[in-house]
Design a protein around this ligand. Structure first.
Ligand SMILES: [Fe+2]
Length: 220
């Protein structure tokens, strides 16, 4: 993997972003669990969502060639050298919906602009079979407004889809404990139970190991 040779990447290198990442790392170092870390970061994350001045327009724009499909832009803001922490924005055009997907790491997701409807799914069977089938049922459907945020804590509450319900694109801010755009995770078809390998990518950064397609399944 060559993790030692990787460095922190700030695609948006500002004082606000650096301070947020420094505070997040401090919280991680002082916490004994993802739950504790999330609790410690909550006030800082709320501040970031309330601050209207730090995220440039580019990071709030939709993208034609998106791994998520539907014009959805995923913009990397920061990722750590160890690829165990990332901050990115997700821009979902009006009416567009993400695939049903998982994240495979703890995190915080909050709304910066617009409005979304989030549907959270739970797994009926604990087995995870990529390329196989998985029965999902929707357990929560809720409206997420500007400033609202929620934790991701796998294996529970890790599978969801979001749809923009505002007339403008929604912009959500994600702090995740992995390199979410580049890890192979899963998309789900809740109607058929089909599970597919899924890598969303970033609009503004490529993944280093583009050849790493799991199970020989095309998964674009
Ligand atoms: Fe998500």
């Amino acid at each position: 993997m060559g993790e030692e040779s990787r460095e922190d990447e700030y695609l948006l290198d500002t004082q606000t972003v650096r301070k947020f990442i420094t505070d997040t790392r401090l919280a991680i170092s002082r916490s004994r669990s993802p739950e504790q870390t999330i609790e410690a970061i909550r006030p800082r994350f709320a501040e970031l969502l309330a601050d209207e001045g730090w995220l440039p327009e580019e990071f709030q724009s939709v993208s034609a060639e998106s791994g998520m499909g539907g014009g959805i832009g995923q913009w990397l803001i920061f990722r750590s050298g160890a690829r165990d922490l990332s901050l990115f924005s997700l821009v979902v055009p009006p009416g567009s919906t993400t695939p049903v997907h998982d994240h495979l790491a703890w995190g915080l997701v909050g709304l910066y602009r617009g409005e979304q409807e989030e549907t959270v799914f739970s797994r009926r069977d604990e087995t995870r079979s990529v390329g196989g089938r998985e029965e999902l049922e929707p357990v929560v459907r809720r409206t997420i407004r500007r400033g609202d945020f929620y934790p991701l804590l796998p294996p529970k509450d890790d599978i969801h889809a979001v749809r923009t319900t505002s007339e403008v694109a929604s912009v959500s801010i994600h702090l995740l404990a992995n390199d979410t755009g580049c890890v192979w995770r899963h998309s789900y078809n809740p109607d058929t139970g089909e599970v597919k390998p899924f890598r969303s990518g970033y609009v503004n950064r490529s993944c280093e190991d583009e050849e790493a397609t799991p199970r020989g399944d095309g998964g674009s």
